[in-house]
Design a protein around this ligand. Sequence first.
Ligand SMILES: Nc1ncnc2c1ncn2[C@@H]1O[C@H](COP(=O)(O)OP(=O)(O)OP(=O)(O)O)[C@@H](O)[C@H]1O
Ligand code: SF4
Ligand SMILES: [Mg+2]
Length: 342
Amino acid sequence: MSTPVISARNLTVTYRIGHSLLGKGVSLNAVEDVSIEIERGNFFGLVGESGSGKTTLGRAILKAAPITGGHVNYTDDEVSYDLANVTKAELKDYRKRAQLIFQDPYAALSPRMTVRDIIAEPLEVMGLTRTREETDARVREIAAKCRLNLEHLRRFPHAFSGGQRQRISIARALVSGPRFIVADESVAALDVSIQADVLNLLKQIQRDMGISFLFISHDLSVVAHVCDHVAVMYLGRLVETAPTRALFSRPRHPYTSALLSAIPSLDPDERGETDKLEGEIPSPTNPPPGCRFHTRCRFARDRCRTDVPELREMGPGHFASCHFAEEFDFTQHYGSAATAAK
Ligand SMILES: Nc1ncnc2c1ncn2[C@@H]1O[C@H](COP(=O)(O)OP(=O)(O)OP(=O)(O)O)[C@@H](O)[C@H]1O
Ligand code: SF4
Ligand SMILES: [Mg+2]
């Protein structure tokens, strides 16, 4: 098997966020000790409640958030970079190879630029084309892949619907020829009917262009349908990662199981039978000792309050960090979301 496009080892992102009343520095680990591998050509999902560190992990992998501990390696057919120690020249090159699709297509596009100029800008900023003709040819090629025609290229963003705007954002992300894309809640702002259109486009890009994705989403039913592999974060830490089918059919961490049980079931017999996740996420500036999930976990025992659970392999490519992952069938307690898996 080829080297993963992204390999993060013990990645930590710490932010300093001010001072306490006693004048001591206060910091928080938005991401702590996270290790993941994204195989080439994979559609890799990242889920977890708000504030669990998904965006920060995606930004650290793009070298847009500080890597304060651990390593992130990027590898494609041509280059391999240790992102914690890249040179300026390597970082400039990495910017072409790894791109971000924003959450909000309304905020991301400059209202004063035509669609042609919006898509062309990365080419010009990165110096990837030499003549206007070359730029136009590349813009047209990528626009066509995103189902935008010549007429669209002449207009301004306000003339477009949310779904079309997101296709413009995707074209802009694709124009530099990336091998890896972080899509952070890229369909969350869209109507459900339009989400499918944009998701199909992302999947087509994955298949036809061989681009790997880190797909960040709150919506587990979307993740179940589009992702090959999924990672679950809680309060900055990775709690479970597995091939999609394994994660949805047999979660090995109570947090994953509780998240899955919150997916509305299509089966009327299953509705209302599941336990929902209760309570607030604790403050990341003062996370609970031991297992971070113990303040909300119905299976917590004494050991969970003191010992940090290691991530352990539970099956092929399936890892979970719960002291009792082997003991319980969590689907029995939280309900199974297996019907949602692809
Ligand atoms: N630049 C920053 N400075 C200080 N704290 C930050 C910064 N960025 C994120 N955080 C904090 O890090 C934690 C993780 O935030 P992050 O945005 O990565 O979560 P998320 O999982 O993407 O949440 P959401 O689902 O709401 O987008 C939060 O507690 C957040 O307040
Ligand atoms: S280690 Fe304990 S608190 Fe943490 S998820 Fe497992 S049972 Fe729950
Ligand atoms: Mg986020």
